[in-house]
Design a protein around this ligand. Structure first.
Ligand SMILES: Cc1ncc(COP(=O)(O)O)c(C=O)c1O
Length: 344
């Protein structure tokens, strides 16, 4: 089976498992897990931040970051397809009593004038805008990379209005691997950052939030409240450290797989796909109205290729460590063939 549903489906390699087995562990609720402590320091340093906190998931990491800088009745501006708005079960409302003001965008970059319009005037019957949240790379827009200039302009706008900046950087690694802009440079513009080790980096579990020491010391309490205080979690931190050391340099290969896959599927007259628009490891493509998406996805599965329907005629394919370059091209040929068969 060639599984292109997500980059979260990878399984730990024997070497990663080896690293996990030899991790020195302790009770992390007491702050005594050496491997976790080392990982937190290591990743904080990568991003030029004072501290980090290891958590089980990207959702928890994002939600702790939002809870840190909001009170009930506050508002967070986020892109309309952002993970924190689209896929996190209204968690800001449920966990922090804050709501999201969604703003549409082109490829994940909300128009600055639309952000400005979304910022609430200081009037008693309006919620208080507290955070501007960006996502880089942007999942639902197809792994797009926000430009550095855009991030800088969004930051200037946010700071003129005294807003906190949050980055959902679940896949910031993919942006970095293409742009070569140091993680520290990206990080300068954000008060809180969430990163994931369990996406393209290939760790089985684990995310981390990053900020200044004062904010992270408050985050410990929120993590415990959200049920994320783990014990001998150095086993997982060791996988994350292994992923950073060995798999970060491989993310570029996923980009190559994605581009060459897209070149092949775009040869079908029933598929709309543009290799030039592939920014990282996620490919979004559309199929002709003549094809029912459910039937197409099902036929592909019967032919050993798994992809995801993401609404309308749109389909997502994601490239990762557990799919080779050759398998990517095989999947593309099968997709091309099935699209023709299903119409004729
Ligand atoms: C951009 C983005 N942010 C956050 C998450 C949440 O991560 P998790 O599934 O670990 O909660 C995901 C998951 O795919 C994601 O794509």
């Amino acid at each position: 089976m060639i599984d292109l549903r997500s980059d979260t489906i990878t399984r730990p390699s024997p070497e990663m498992l080896e690293a996990m087995l030899s991790a020195k562990v302790g009770d992390d609720v007491y702050g005594e897990d050496q491997t976790v402590n080392e990982l937190q320091e290591y990743v904080a340093d990568l991003f030029g931040k004072e501290a980090g906190l290891f958590v089980p998931t990207g959702t928890m990491s994002n939600q702790i970051c939002l809870a840190l800088n909001t009170h009930p009745g506050d508002e967070i501006i986020a892109e309309a397809d952002a993970h924190i708005f689209y896929y996190e079960n209204a968690a800001p409302a449920r966990l922090s009593g804050a709501q999201i003001f969604p703003v549409h965008s082109v490829m994940g970059e909300m128009f600055l004038n639309k952000i400005e319009e979304a910022i609430r005037p200081d009037v008693y019957y309006f919620p208080k805008t507290k955070i501007l949240a960006l996502e880089n790379t942007h999942n639902r827009h197809g792994g797009t990379i926000l430009s550095f200039d855009y991030i800088q302009s969004a930051y200037n706008l946010a700071k003129n209005h005294n807003l906190f900046m949050h980055l959902d950087g679940a896949r910031i690694w993919n942006a970095y691997s293409i742009t070569n802009i140091p993680l520290r440079e990206y990080a300068k513009f954000f008060d809180t950052i969430s990163v994931c080790f369990s996406k393209g980096l290939g760790a089985p579990v684990g995310s981390m939030l990053l900020s200044n020491s004062e904010t992270i010391s408050r985050a410990w309490k929120i993590r415990k409240t959200f049920g994320g205080g783990m014990r001998q979690t150095g086993l997982l931190a060791a996988a994350a450290k292994y992923a950073l050391t060995h798999n970060l340099p491989k993310l570029k290969d996923d980009h190559t797989k994605a581009v060459d896959f897209t070149k092949t599927i775009s040869e079908s007259e029933f598929i709309i796909a543009n290799p030039d628009s592939v920014a990282t490891n996620i490919v979004r493509f559309s199929i002709s109205e003549q094809i029912k998406v459910d039937n197409f996805v099902k036929s592909l599965a019967e032919n050993n290729v798994l992809v995801s329907g993401i609404g309308g005629q749109n389909i997502r394919a994601v490239f990762h460590l557990d799919v080779t370059y050759e398998e990517s091209l095989t999947a593309a040929s099968i997709i091309k063939e099935i699209s023709r068969k299903i119409v004729n």
